[in-house]
Design a protein around this ligand. Structure first.
Ligand code: FPP
Length: 253
């Protein structure tokens, strides 16, 4: 396999982890077995990202729409998430991984919220990589929430209408301070964004693979990164204007 160029790695990778159910169905197993196997892929991709020096990794672990699933599946997913967080704390601490989350996390079960915030607190000083879990996350809901917060600040006199710019709005999103994703990976072959990071992905490169999430391990991930490295990111410029492909200036602090 070709080698990755360490100077051209994405700074931020976002992943829609899809296909756990199909993976299980193909094997005559229940959907839960697919999610359990999917957690192994989560570990593999987190480890590989850290090894490569990718600074930000966002995983779409539970969407706002996922609340529509059968209660049993939701409960099991929450339990898996809780165990994953507890089980991974040592690895996060040993490897300088900071945990963060985006989404309406107040909707998560109390127990999961407790583990989540404890893990975020305990890993807050880590600097090598930030793992962001999108939980009860929806891109439209995020934009609505940020508009509400902006209007509240206007009411309080902290902000004026004229001061609303793209940069200012981005500071009201859950992802304030996080660079926009350079690469989106979606597994299991669906060509959809599914309400994920709508604002943030305006210029994100998209890689869609038919591989089902439980089968998406290190090798497949490296293939996606290699594919990304072959692309020319133009951000509206012409190819000639881009001598050295550079990343969009996305860090709004
Ligand atoms: C999509 O597969 C996957 C999910 C809805 C949840 C993703 C969750 C995990 C990988 C495990 C928990 C996560 C963490 C971070 C510990 P699907 O069920 O939609 O599959 P299908 O489309 O084939 O039915």
């Amino acid at each position: 396999m070709e080698r990755l160029n360490p100077d051209k790695l994405p700074q931020h990778v976002a992943i829609i982890m899809d296909g756990n159910g199909r993976w299980a169905k193909k094997r005559n197993l229940n959907r839960i077995a697919g999610h359990q196997k999917g957690i192994e892929s989560v570990r593999d991709v987190v480890r590989t990202s850290r090894e490569l020096g990718i600074k930000w990794l966002t995983l779409y672990a539970f969407s706002e729409e996922n609340w529509r699933r059968p209660k049993y599946e939701i409960d099991t997913l929450m339990d898996l998430l809780n165990r994953y967080l507890k089980g991974e704390l040592k690895e996060m601490l040993d490897n300088g991984i900071r945990l963060a989350c985006i989404g309406q996390t107040e909707k998560l079960p109390q127990e999961v919220q407790r583990t989540l915030w404890q893990t975020i607190e305990k890993t807050a000083h880590n600097k090598e990589m930030t793992l962001i879990l999108a939980l009860s996350y929806g891109g439209r809901q995020e934009i609505v929430q940020s508009v509400r917060n902006m209007l509240e600040d206007i009411e309080k006199g902290k902000l004026t209408v004229k001061q609303i710019t793209e940069e200012r709005l981005s500071k009201y999103l859950y992802t304030a301070g996080i660079p926009y994703p350079d690469l989106l990976i979606r597994t299991s072959g669906e060509y959809r964004i599914s309400n994920f990071l709508l604002w943030q992905m305006a210029y994100t490169e998209i890689f869609i693979t038919p591989t089902l999430w439980p089968d998406f391990r290190r090798e497949r991930y490296l293939e996606a990164l290699l594919d990304y490295q072959k692309r020319e990111r133009r951000f509206g410029y012409t190819g000639e204007q881009i001598i050295h492909p550079k990343q969009e200036k996305t860090q709004h602090k």
